[in-house]
Design a protein around this ligand. Structure first.
Ligand SMILES: [Cu+2]
Length: 151
C-alpha cells in the first residue's frame, strides 16, 4: 500500500516536472492566467458549432488584457473551449481520450451542452501565441482549434 502510494507520487512529480519543462522549451510565451472578473477589458463572443469550428477562430488581444469570452454552443452536440499552449491542449486531449466522460471545470475552459452559453475570464500576459481548442475526443483532430495572437 505504502509502496503503491510513493510510486504514484513519483509519477505525478515527474509528470509535473515534464510539463513545466516543456513550456519553457517549446514556447516563447505561456497562455496567461485566470482573469479577475472585476477587471475585464472587453468581451469577445465566440460561437462553437457542429462543423467543428470556432467563430471567430483568430482573435487578437493586447498583452495584459483581461478578456471575457462569451461562448455559445450553437450545435446539437456538446463542445468546449479550452485555452492553453498547444502542448498543454494536446496533453489534455490525450487525458480525455484515456478517461472519456471525465468531468472537469478549470478556469481556462468551459464545456457546454447544445444551445448552452458560458464564459471564460482570462488574462493574457505576454506577447506571443496562445491556442484554444475543443478537447472532446475527435473535435480538435477535426480542426476545432483557434488562435489568440497577443500583441
Ligand atoms: Cu467540439
Amino acid at each position: 500500500m505504502k509502496k503503491t502510494l510513493s510510486v504514484l507520487l513519483l509519477s505525478l512529480i515527474s509528470a509535473a516536472a515534464f510539463a513545466s519543462g516543456e513550456h519553457k522549451g517549446a514556447h516563447a510565451s505561456v497562455a496567461g492566467k485566470p482573469g479577475d472578473p472585476a477587471k475585464v477589458s472587453r468581451t469577445i463572443a465566440v460561437t462553437m458549432d457542429d462543423t467543428m469550428r470556432f467563430t471567430p477562430s483568430q482573435i487578437s488581444v493586447k498583452a495584459g488584457e483581461t478578456i471575457r469570452f462569451f461562448v455559445k454552443n450553437s450545435g446539437k452536440i456538446p463542445h468546449e473551449m479550452v485555452i492553453g499552449t498547444m502542448s498543454e491542449l494536446k496533453e489534455h486531449a490525450e487525458m480525455m481520450r484515456k478517461m472519456p466522460g471525465m468531468k472537469h471545470a478549470e478556469p481556462n475552459q468551459t464545456t457546454l451542452a447544445p444551445s448552452q452559453s458560458g464564459g471564460i475570464v482570462w488574462q493574457f500576459d505576454k506577447a506571443g501565441q496562445v491556442d484554444f481548442a475543443c478537447l472532446i475526443p475527435g473535435h480538435m483532430e477535426a480542426g476545432m482549434i483557434g488562435k489568440v495572437t497577443v500583441n
